[in-house]
Ligand binder design. Sequence first.
Ligand code: UDP
Ligand code: MG
Length: 330
Amino acid sequence: MISVVIPLYNEESVIPKLEQRLVDAAPLWGEEYEIILVDDGSSDNSLELLKVIANKYSFFKIIQLSRNFGHQAAISAGIKIAKGDAVVIMDGDLQDPPEELPRFLAKWKEGYDVVYAIRTRRKEGLIKRVSYFLFYRILGWISEIAIPLDSGDFCVMDKKVVRALNYEFPENIRFIRGLRAFAGFKQVGLTYERAERAAGDVKYTFPKLLQLALDGIFGFSTFPLRLSTYLGIFISIPSFCIGIFFIIHRILDFKIMGYSPSDTPGLATLGVGMFFLGGIMLIILGIIGEYLGRIYVEVKRRPFYIIDEIITSKSDVDNNHLNTEDKKLF
Ligand code: UDP
Ligand code: MG
């Protein structure tokens, strides 16, 4: 059996299309299936539409979160409930076509534990494409583990990987594509063309996207912390040489470009140096702050999502795959 997990936030305009495409594509998957739609605290009519769907088909399961916790948290909630032997993660806006799944599932059946999708072409604005391109390159360069380039959350995972994600990673800040790479197992990437959003506006607003990018970088690399050491060395070696030169220059008091030290007050040198170093120190402080803030979030141990309700047309929620702790919740 396979579970398909789809997070949704204010997607009322896409949901009817999504329902149609899923219902049409599901028979092609060649397995029994459940489709878990996670409502990430939508403020529009999404939840009502989802409830209707759950009433119509028994293979739909709706998880209603208590508020908007964000895409990564919504996925985390979905894969916790998923009980399939393979779990699929995809976006709700049909940018990850459900018709592509048979190719991915075939790889899983071949014995791969993670089949992740690599986007070949993005139908998005230039700025977004360039930012994504740079982000994945920088992340790949500085992260301690190899996170595949240009692959988002769209993937098929074997249940042992899902189990690891659910139970072996205690962290609250969930950068799923990074955790998935960290988890290891037999992984393979398949390319696909990312479609355009089927309807509605992008729900990943700029602040949310920036948050995701920072979670990826600061969650998977300590390189930024080391940056201050490198910068310090980079700046202090030439500074030391210049300092020695200044002393010699002062003692010998010879002219450079018509001036000798006795008639140049040196304000420019001081001013530039001060502002430059001040700027660098603020950046470094900010970087330390990023880690500190994340440590704070992690030590608080707050839940990263809260489930309000699970809605299915079946009378009881099947929870045999959960550990005893979670069984009490569902
Ligand atoms: N989404 C979510 N919670 C959020 C933001 C987005 O569950 O806070 C969902 C959204 O409904 C969609 C998926 O995450 O199914 C991807 O979002 P979107 O298409 O807006 O972003 P993209 O990845 O295309 O930039
Ligand atoms: Mg999208």
